[in-house]
Design a protein around this ligand. Structure first.
Ligand SMILES: [Zn+2]
Length: 152
């Protein structure tokens, strides 16, 4: 498991992610790799550029609607996870929906915090199945916009 990715997460969010990953493996035998946590503004801009031309027009497959500073990843409040194919070390990007659904439910149910649930991108209209975020990122972003919180 990528400890570096887990270490990059906000200290309030990290234990929820660790608990959900452990529960998924122990209860359902679904081992997941957290492959992306904190992303810098520059890295987010690079992600945003995928599938777009220099003016920002969509010309291919896009992976995000968020520019640098607009994603919970810049605040360490989001993690992207991918299951492993059973009994292999291979990431299972095209895992069937029922597997993604179990992952999504575990994060949302186990990630209950401060009267709010973690939010998984699995059921979003712009589907982002590997993505799980902590809703408290919106407060971080507001603080960032007020100049009270620095991000890289
Ligand atoms: Zn994500």
């Amino acid at each position: 498991m990528s400890q570096k990715v887990l270490d990059s997460l906000h200290p309030d969010f990290r234990p929820l992610v660790v608990a959900a990953l452990a529960e998924l493996e122990q209860t359902h035998g679904i081992k997941c790799e957290p492959y992306c946590g904190l992303r810098t503004i520059k890295e987010q801009d690079k992600e945003y550029a995928k599938g777009r031309d220099a003016k920002g027009n969509v010309i291919g497959k896009i992976t995000t609607k968020a520019k640098g500073g607009q994603s919970p990843h810049q605040f360490g409040r989001a993690v992207d996870v991918c299951p492993y194919k059973p009994h292999t070390n291979e990431l299972w990007w095209d895992a069937p929906d029922d597997i993604w659904n179990v992952i999504h439910l575990h994060f949302e149910e186990l990630g209950y915090t401060d009267d709010r649930y973690l939010d998984s991108g699995y059921d979003w209209r712009f589907r982002d199945a590997p993505h799980v975020e902590d809703p408290r990122w919106k407060e971080d972003r507001a603080a960032y916009l007020r100049g009270e919180l620095k991000i890289v």
